[in-house]
Design a binder for this molecule. Structure first.
Ligand code: GLC
Length: 577
């Protein structure tokens, strides 16, 4: 792992996962070796040397288990097998071995909150069979005359048991005539929520976790964790909640208990790492889970910074403010300074592409490398999502037919049903800014047809810019985004202050510059980012930069003295003070 100079400093709470840089792989879109247009495990094996060449230490593999793919693997029908399109268990074992041979660890994506409706548990549950009857949330409907909401499903005289909405849009309940009851699904209707109150369900999931740990993996990214516990009695939510009911299905009363049990019984017996996805979670909530060792979470994906651009609001699409972004990021850094460790991310398989969102496609190389500088110099473990390292951008989805993502489809349909828009065309701008499918277009390996991702017909359309933005074009160019990532990953791994140092924000009110220091004892690093398309001057009056040396610049001729430095648009410089 990293070469550190300060290994003797006793006050640093060293952990391998704090020193790691993570690479996230969405297998469906990474590399296809059998020409079916869908990525596969052999495709990842073929790129292990590429992954190694980035200098990363840990791979997070999105779900590869048996799945009908209504939500691309996040709807698991068999936790103990590999999805046919991706290969088989022997391919998975080869991947693990190839990664471990290169000292790269592997974490698997663990979906705890729900299964696929095709999982055998649900099939039996819908028939009310024995112990499976209570594996999911089943409830009787409510008489339609007693409700102030409508649900199209089910018998004419009844509506869903409560007014909760799915995170993907539409009601969170679907009716099953066979059982004459409704089941809860906080995501797609094909993703029924598991009933974690049932100790048999908890045991079954602990068995899944143990089964994978026995295969020698290095931890889990835990999906949708904040939703595992629901308010007793499943009461109606505030009709204005987005989505309605969220106050009853985020951070429910028993969440901490479930996590603690999982940790005590299984996770804590292994040298692994855990990172939990927690949507609808405040920084304070995240900090309180992280500081409690018994909960067993090393890191949390918390989303406050992802709301900075207004998300799916068609009125404010794409607008964001650097001072607000700095405030949010600094709040996270400060909240976790003594209480936990952040999972640093700007993109993932659920988010738009970071250059399009936070940078400038017209200043592609500079803005992509500035964002990389930020990601790799903050306190926390950086997560690089596939394609970020070459600066992949958002695609243009011309019609809803080009979209695969159930969340995008659900939201578009809901906006149209609610009268927010009359047609897809009116929503195209917000889809082009926010859809999860931007992250899922095929990885751009080369300028060949199919982006070098496939010889067949890709499962999702390729981004038209692949002829310009691709790995082959950047591989040998030292200035390329790809090589800037390699340089920055290496810098982080050889600079303890960038991993463990305290964070201090400079110039909070400046709407062009994001500048901060990272300090560990007498090692002090200054990061100055001109996060704008105009030149900017860094006064630097609050720091003593007498002996500054440049550790990194995204231009060859970075200003050597940070005090009073003029920075070009999107210029990023890292100094040792
Ligand atoms: C998480 C995953 C997302 C998935 C959802 C439901 O948010 O990251 O891709 O759709 O959970 O499993």
């Amino acid at each position: 792992m990293s070469t550190n100079t300060l290994t003797t400093l006793e006050h640093i709470d060293r952990e391998w996962w704090k020193e790691a840089v993570v690479y996230q792989i969405y297998p469906r879109s990474f590399n296809d070796t059998d020409g079916d247009g869908v990525g596969d495990l052999q495709g990842i094996v073929d790129k292990v040397d590429y992954i190694d060449s980035l200098g990363v230490d840990l791979v997070w593999l999105c779900p590869v288990y048996g799945s009908p793919n209504e939500d691309n693997g996040y709807d698991i029908s068999d936790y103990h097998s590999i999805m046919d399109e991706f290969g088989d268990m022997a391919d998975w074992e080869r991947l693990l071995a190839e990664l471990h041979d290169r000292d790269i660890r592997l974490i698997m994506d663990l979906v705890l909150n729900h299964t696929s409706s095709e999982h055998e548990w649900f099939q039996r549950s819908r028939r009310g069979e024995g112990e499976y009857a209570d594996y999911y949330y089943w409830r009787d409907g409510r008489p339609a005359e007693d409700a102030d909401y409508d649900t199209d499903d089910g018998p004419a005289d009844e509506v869903a048991p409560n007014n909760w909405e799915s995170i993907f849009g539409g009601p969170a309940w679907s009716y099953v005539p066979e059982r004459e009851q409704w089941y809860l699904h906080l995501f797609d209707e094909n993703q029924p929520d598991l009933n974690w109150r049932n100790p048999t369900v908890r045991q079954a999931m602990k068995d899944v976790v143990s089964w994978w740990l026995d295969r020698g993996i290095d931890g889990f990214r835990m999906d949708a964790v904040s939703h595992m516990s629901k308010t007793d009695g499943l009461p109606d939510g505030d009709p204005d909640g987005t989505p309605t009911g969220i106050e009853h299905f985020s951070h429910g009363p028993r969440l901490e208990e479930y996590l603690t049990e999982l940790s005590a019984d299984v996770l804590s017996n292994h040298d692994i790492t855990t990172v939990a996805e927690m949507g609808h979670t405040s920084i304070e909530q995240a900090a309180s889970y992280l500081e409690d060792d018994a909960v067993g979470l090393d890191m949390i994906f918390q989303f406050s910074h992802m709301g900075v651009d207004g998300g799916w609001d068609p009125e404010t699409v794409g607008e964001w403010d650097l001072t607000e972004f700095k405030r949010i990021m600094s709040e996270r850094q400060d909240a976790l300074a003594d209480r936990g460790w952040d999972a640093l991310f700007l993109g993932n398989h659920d988010q738009p592409r970071i250059v399009s969102r936070f940078g400038d496609e017209a200043a592609h190389r500079e803005s992509a490398s500035l964002i990389a500088t930020f990601l790799l110099t903050m306190r926390g473990t950086p997560y690089v999502y596939q394609g970020e390292e070459i600066g992949m951008t958002n695609a243009d989805f011309e019609s809803l037919d080009e979209i695969d993502d159930p969340q995008t489809v659900g939201r578009v349909e809901q906006y149209i049903a609610d009268g927010v828009a009359d047609s897809y065309e009116e929503l195209r701008e917000v889809v082009n800014a926010q859809s999860r499918d931007h992250a899922r277009t095929p990885m751009q390996w080369s300028d060949e047809a199919g982006t070098g991702f496939t010889d067949g017909e890709p499962w999702l359309k390729c981004n038209a810019d692949y002829t310009e933005i691709n790995v082959a074009a950047q591989r040998d160019d030292p200035a390329s985004v790809l090589n800037q990532y390699r340089t920055l990953i290496d810098l982080r791994q050889s600079t303890d202050a960038l991993v463990y140092g305290d964070y201090e924000l400079l110039t909070p009110e400046d709407d062009q510059l994001y500048a901060y220091t990272r300090t560990l004892d007498d090692e002090r690093v200054l990061v100055v980012l001109n996060w704008s398309s105009e030149p900017a001057t860094f006064e630097g009056s609050e720091i003593d930069a007498g002996d500054a040396t440049v550790l990194y610049g995204n231009h060859d001729d970075a200003p050597t003295d940070p005090t009073g430095a003029s920075l070009r648009p999107w210029e990023a410089v890292v100094y040792r003070l």
